[in-house]
Design a binder for this molecule. Structure first.
Ligand code: PLP
Ligand code: COI
Length: 340
C-alpha cells in the first residue's frame, strides 16, 4: 500500500524511508552489500569524508508510469558517472552492474514510497560514497562505504514550475583541470556561500561562468543550462568543467529525434544571452525549470515564458521528456528500467 502522504505538497527534502542499501570496501574489495533499516552511519572522527571531503554522490529518480509500473531512468549513466567521480577522488570504483542492482533493490524495497502517477512527485534516489577509515595526512582513506537511500520529492524550486530569476555569480564553481565535471561533494560545499547570498538577494540560483575567462556560461549549482535561440535552435553549453548532465544529454536526443529541432553543444558567451529566446535549467532534481530572468551586473536578460510559465519550445521538451519517463511516450531503447 502506498504511503499516505500529501504527494502534491511534499517539496524537495530528505524524508527517511524504510530501507537503504549499504556496501563496504575493506582490504581492497567490496563486500556483497545488503539492505538495512539503519539510516545512520557511525564512523571514525578522522574519516576521509570528514577531514578532506572525500565523498561523491549521484541523483536519479523512480516514477510510477501511466500503466502503474515503477521505473527508473538511465541508471547505467549514473553508474558510469559515479565511476568517474570515484576515480577522480581516489575512492574505490563501485562496479556498474552492482550500482544498477543496488539502485533497483533499494527502489523495490521502498516501492510504497514511490509517488503515484499524476501526483507531480517522484522518488529521488541518492547513491553516494565516502572514505570511512581514518586519515590525518592528506591521503585517500583505505576503507569506503557505498550507500543508496531514497526520498519522495516534489519540485526542486519552491513554488513549483515558475519562471526563475538568476544572477551571474561573482564566485567561481570549478577550476580548469579541477573537479567541475564530477559529482564531488566539495563542489556543492563551496557553492553554499554563493547560494545563500543569492537567496538573500532574492534570486533563485546562480549562473556560474567559466573561471578562466569569466565570459562563458557554465551551469548553476545543481543543473545544466539549455537555451533556445530566436530561430528555434536548442543550444547547450559545452565545457570540460561542467557536470555531464544525464537530463541534458537525454533532452538533446529528444530535441533532435522526437521534435526535429536543430541542436548545438558549444561555448555560449554570456553576452549572447541578449539573443536567446528561451532558457531552462535541466537536471534530475530540476527536470526542466524555466528561467525568466538573468541579472548580469547592470544588465538584465529576459526570456519567453509564455507557455504556462515556460517558453513554448522548453515546454515541448518538458512534455516529451516527462512523457517518456512516465510511460506516455515510447522511450528510446535502453532508457527505461522496470523495477517491478
Ligand atoms: N549540474 C550539476 C552541478 C548538478 O548537480 C546536476 C545534478 O545532478 C546536474 C547538472 C544535472 O545532472 P543530471 O541531469 O544528470 O541530474
Ligand atoms: C540532482 O539533480 O540529482 C542533483 O544532484 C542536484 C542537487 C542540487 C539536488
Amino acid at each position: 500500500m502506498k504511503k499516505d502522504l500529501d504527494w502534491a505538497n511534499i517539496g524537495f527534502g530528505y524524508r527517511p524511508t524504510d530501507v537503504r542499501y549499504v556496501s563496504m570496501f575493506k582490504n581492497g574489495a567490496w563486500d556483497e552489500g545488503a539492505l538495512t533499516k539503519d539510516a545512520t552511519v557511525t564512523i571514525s572522527e578522522s574519516a576521509g569524508v570528514f577531514q578532506y571531503a572525500q565523498t561523491c554522490f549521484e541523483g536519479l529518480k523512480a516514477y510510477t508510469t501511466e500503466d502503474g509500473h515503477t521505473v527508473t531512468f538511465r541508471p547505467d549513466l549514473n553508474a558510469e558517472r559515479m565511476m568517474n567521480s570515484c576515480e577522480r577522488l581516489r575512492l574505490p570504483v563501485f562496479p556498474k552492474e552492482r550500482f544498477i542492482d543496488a539502485v533497483m533493490q533499494t527502489i523495490r524495497a521502498n516501492i510504497d514510497w514511490v509517488p503515484p502517477y499524476g501526483s507531480g512527485a517522484s522518488l529521488y534516489v541518492r547513491p553516494f560514497m565516502m572514505g570511512t577509515s581514518p586519515v590525518l595526512g592528506v591521503s585517500p582513506a583505505a576503507e569506503s562505504m557505498f550507500r543508496v537511500f531514497v526520498s519522495p520529492v516534489g519540485p526542486y524550486f519552491k513554488g513549483g514550475v515558475r519562471p526563475l530569476k538568476l544572477r551571474v555569480s561573482e564566485y567561481d564553481r570549478a577550476a580548469p583541470n579541477g573537479t567541475g565535471h564530477v559529482k564531488a561533494g566539495l563542489n556543492y560545499a563551496m557553492s553554499l556561500y554563493a547560494i545563500v547570498e543569492a537567496h538573500d538577494q532574492g534570486y533563485d540560483e546562480n549562473m556560474y561562468l567559466d573561471s578562466k575567462t569569466r565570459t562563458k556560461v557554465e551551469e548553476t549549482g545543481g543543473a545544466n543550462f539549455l537555451f533556445v535561440t530566436k530561430d528555434g535552435t536548442v543550444v547547450t553549453p559545452k565545457s570540460p568543467t561542467i557536470l555531464p548532465s544525464i537530463t541534458r544529454r537525454s533532452l538533446m536526443v529528444v530535441a533532435k529525434e522526437y521534435l526535429g529541432l536543430k541542436c548545438e553543444e558549444r561555448e555560449v558567451p554570456v553576452e549572447e544571452l541578449s539573443e536567446i529566446a528561451e532558457c531552462g535549467l535541466c537536471g534530475t532534481a530540476a527536470v526542466i525549470s524555466p528561467v525568466g530572468k538573468v541579472i548580469y551586473g547592470e544588465k538584465e536578460f529576459t526570456f519567453d515564458t509564455s507557455a504556462e510559465n515556460m517558453g513554448p519550445t522548453v515546454r515541448k521538451l518538458y512534455e516529451t521528456l516527462t512523457g517518456i519517463q512516465m510511460g506516455r511516450i515510447e522511450a528510446p531503447k535502453g532508457w527505461i528500467y522496470r523495477v517491478d
